[in-house]
Design a binder for this molecule. Structure first.
Ligand SMILES: [Zn+2]
Ligand SMILES: [Zn+2]
Length: 240
């Protein structure tokens, strides 16, 4: 019993450290890239970046604890529908599960994000994120704990419901991390032809999310413009 509790706590602490270090390395990498590609873009933003770092590291614990509990349960008690044998499900499920996870996460994000733009909820839970004006590569996890909690429970809940190969889950987390950072870094890393292509019309990158930070009540999505299109909240792209 004591051993189980110790293993559970260790898993939660380890996952918090992993999420925190992952944030520092990947945000640091894209902040460095920004200093090379757009020199001076973050000039004068040092106090804001300190605040983004503080909120993001707090969010790392809020993301790390449920993830650590689920990782422990997966290892110790075979909780979750995460699988390791590639042929446990048909091969087409590997790419399909990747898209299903992104779509379900995007759906959850769109509706909770819209809810957080109701005036009272905004002041309480979402103003922290919008205090970044303009956001930087360090703002990816700059959330009030309430907002962090809404984001932190999605993937730990989905792994109980939708089967996913452990490597595909890794790819989902990588996509979440990279897009979370690059959507806030203040410049578009994808080529213009892709952004303005029929595919780009359905995908969210920095040009789309930057406009959310400029205009607030539009462009609420995370990965796809599907719900913004369906609900009439898409206001197109910022000038890259
Ligand atoms: Zn944002
Ligand atoms: Zn918002």
């Amino acid at each position: 019993m004591i051993d189980s509790i110790a293993a559970l706590l260790l898993s939660a602490v380890a996952m918090t450290a992993i999420v925190g270090v992952r944030y520092l390395i990947t945000s640091g990498l894209f902040a460095w890239l920004t200093s090379r590609v757009r020199p001076g873009l973050y000039d004068g933003l040092a106090p804001q970046i300190r605040s983004e770092l503080k909120w993001s590291l707090l969010s790392a614990a809020i993301y790390g604890i449920p993830a650590g509990v689920v990782a422990w349960g997966w290892q110790a008690h075979e909780w979750t529908r995460i699988y390791t044998a590639v042929d446990a499900y048909p091969l087409w499920w590997l790419p399909a599960s990747f898209l299903v996870y992104l779509f379900l996460h995007d759906t959850w994000f769109y509706w909770t994000h819209r809810w957080m733009h109701r005036r009272r909820v905004f002041e309480l839970a979402h103003a922290v994120h919008h205090a970044s004006r303009p956001p930087t590569a360090w703002a990816a996890m700059s959330f009030h704990p309430i907002e962090a909690l809404t984001g932190a429970i999605v993937i730990p809940a989905l792994v109980f419901l939708v089967p996913i190969h452990v490597a595909v889950l890794g790819l989902v987390l990588l996509t979440m991390t990279v897009m979370g950072i690059t959507n806030h870094m203040g410049w578009e890393m994808f080529p213009r032809w892709l952004i303005h292509s029929p595919l780009g019309h359905h995908l969210i990158t920095a040009s789309h999310h930057q406009r959310h930070h400029e205009l607030y009540r539009c462009n609420y999505g995370l990965y796809f413009r599907f719900w913004d299109h369906v609900c009439g909240t898409d206001r197109g792209l910022s000038v890259p």
